[in-house]
Design a protein around this ligand. Structure first.
Ligand SMILES: [Zn+2]
Length: 187
């Protein structure tokens, strides 16, 4: 693990271009620099939260804070690879504890929904995935095994593009709407 060039004790996540050179920083140091330049303190918030889904399964989220010239971003990222991810954005002068609460409410709201469920065909006893309703929400991620299509994260689990196709096959003849929005948008 490469360590931050400013504090020397945390992982580098930011490459900041300064004039001709690049400074490699951890998230906290990058926030410190922006916080100083923008004159806004980033308040302490819990670094991790545990929230149950609709099945009662507990999910561990790490909270990532970012301060940028266009505002404060809080992100809850599940502590597994290719899990749930949620984010909120507030203005620089926003109430940061309310922003944190907005993030938690957003996580709870989305974890209270389940879009896919496993069903068993009565005759063959084969298992297959099906939609619980007429809507799916999720996030796109990078599929390292497929350069041609993204990985889809639904209910906090990764699905390949073809797997999603199989799930949707029962909807032939229907129309659909595909809308992309920023991680911080409310959907
Ligand atoms: Zn640092």
């Amino acid at each position: 693990m490469d360590l931050c060039e400013r504090c020397g004790n945390a992982e580098i996540t930011i490459h900041l271009a300064v004039e001709e050179s690049t400074v490699r920083l951890c998230q906290d140091c990058f926030n410190d620099i922006n916080s100083f330049e923008l004159g806004v303190e980033l308040e302490e918030q819990p670094e991790a939260v545990f929230i149950p889904d609709v099945q009662g399964v507990m999910h561990h989220f790490n909270i990532i804070k970012r301060i940028l010239p266009n505002g404060i971003f809080l992100e809850a990222r599940e502590n597994v690879s290719l899990g749930y991810a949620f984010a909120v954005h507030g203005e620089l002068d926003s109430d940061q504890s309310m922003l944190f609460q907005k993030l938690i409410d957003k996580v709870k709201h989305h974890l209270s929904k389940q879009y896919l469920e496993e069903m068993t065909f009565p005759e063959s006893k084969q298992k297959h995935l099906t939609m619980t309703g007429d809507e799916i929400q999720g996030t796109f991620d990078y599929d390292e095994n497929n350069d041609d299509a993204p990985l889809i994260i639904i209910d906090g689990k990764p699905y390949e593009w073809d797997e999603l196709g199989k799930i949707l096959r029962s909807n032939e003849g229907f129309q659909f709407q595909l809308k992309i929005s920023d991680l911080t948008d409310d959907i």
